[in-house]
Design a protein around this ligand. Structure first.
Ligand code: CXF
Ligand code: ZN
Length: 375
């Protein structure tokens, strides 16, 4: 079928919205008519080169839509059903899926190949048949997409997909970090480093877990205002050196440091963010590393002396350590009860044709919390 998608042809080259030929779903695949797609910093990182990948590609990895058709052997959805598309797949039968770690599913090894798990692509340029890569199997910056059944979470028909698209990456990553990777007890304290979409979701996870002090750190004042709205009890603008921020955190916590910290920035900013996140935690505290670092940076500034003598713990977290087929419906229940706020996280909407503006806004850093493309 013919449809429009935003194609990235090279590093920092403006994306081109054009007609593509989309193959029919093969076995274990589903054709989705997209309703909405979030614009995540990782999309922009692929485009700037912070995350390595080949071109041309249709980016976008946080979406929701309606099933248009199903391939052979698909059993979990039927045409007309609503789904959230997840940036990581879960096959349901590998060792990791079977032991409660679907975020480490063996299919994940193929998500950065630009191809489907069988090594082929469903995307081709309409005018000459040129093969176009996908992003993490789901390429959501497109009117339609063909995805593995392993990359969908079915959701009820009455739910607003223009909000739920955030569950496919950013919301689940941030909220899950705070609620799965650590077990915050009532009154425990958390430092949140980075208050974009992930940070705002993490703050909501801290609030619902009964955290005491939630100290939000960001370079942008606008993001700190959002952090307060989501429940941060203290905010610190990181305009000075990392040690100054840590000093303020120590003052807020009576010299102890917070029980946990969550770093949600990554990229090439880790020389600024990691010293804050690592310095913020108390003796025996845990720092979660959620932000994805620039692929060419091979180390991060954590001093081993303090790591041992303060018995600190540093832990990577992937997709919020979520059991996403069970957790996303659980988050949706909380959303329906008004306990999770997605509405205020989405601060700007775009049409697909405005994708380059959406990327500019992400790079600016202070223009949007989360932007979505509405189809
Ligand atoms: C990223 C992780 C690296 C591959 C692309 C998606 N995750 C979320 O933004
Ligand atoms: Zn993402």
């Amino acid at each position: 079928m013919r449809m429009k998608a935003a194609v990235a042809y090279g590093l920092r080259e403006p994306l081109v919205v054009e007609e593509l030929e989309l193959d029919a779903p093969k076995a274990d695949e589903v054709l989705i008519k997209m309703t909405a797609s979030g614009v995540c910093h990782s999309d922009v990182s692929c485009w700037t080169g912070a995350l390595p990948r080949d071109f041309p590609v249709v980016l976008g990895h946080e979406g929701a839509g309606v099933v248009e058709a199903i391939g052979e052997d698909v059993t979990s959805v039927e045409p007309g059903g609503q789904v959230v598309l997840t940036f990581l797949p879960s096959c349901g039968h590998c060792r990791w899926c079977h032991t409660g770690h679907p975020y480490m599913c063996d299919l994940g090894q193929y998500i950065r190949t630009g191809k489907m798990p069988d090594g082929t692509t469903r995307l081709h340029r309409a005018r000459d048949g040129l093969d176009i890569d996908n992003m993490v199997f789901i390429s959501t910056f497109a009117e339609y997409t063909v995805v593995p059944e392993a990359s969908i979470v079915p959701v009820a028909a009455h739910l607003p997909l223009d909000k739920l698209c955030l569950m496919g990456c950013g919301f689940t990553t941030g909220f899950g970090a705070a609620t799965n990777a650590i077990q915050i007890r009532p009154g425990e304290t958390v430092t949140i480093v980075g208050c974009g979409g992930l940070g705002l979701a993490a703050i909501q996870g801290c609030v619902l877990s009964g955290a005491g002090k939630i100290i939000a750190v960001d370079v942008h004042e606008e993001k700190l205002t959002m952090a307060k709205k989501m429940g941060a009890t203290h905010t610190i603008q990181h305009r000075q050196v990392a040690e100054e921020v840590v000093k303020e955190i120590m003052e807020i916590t009576w010299g102890l440091g917070t029980d946990y910290s969550i770093e949600l920035v990554g990229g090439d900013e880790i020389d600024q963010t990691v010293p804050v996140a690592f310095g913020a935690i108390r003796k025996g505290g845990t720092m979660l590393m959620v932000g994805v670092g620039h692929h060419e940076i091979k180390s991060m500034p954590i001093d081993p002396y303090t790591l041992t003598l303060w018995r600190k713990k540093v832990q990577g977290v992937l997709f919020g350590d979520a059991q996403f087929r069970a957790d996303i419906p659980r988050y949706i229940d909380l959303f329906e009860q008004g306990k999770i706020n997605l509405d205020d996280m989405i601060t700007k909407e775009y049409r697909l044709e405005q994708i380059n503006e959406a990327f500019d806004d992400v790079l600016a850093g202070n223009r949007v919390a989360r932007g979505i493309i509405r189809f």
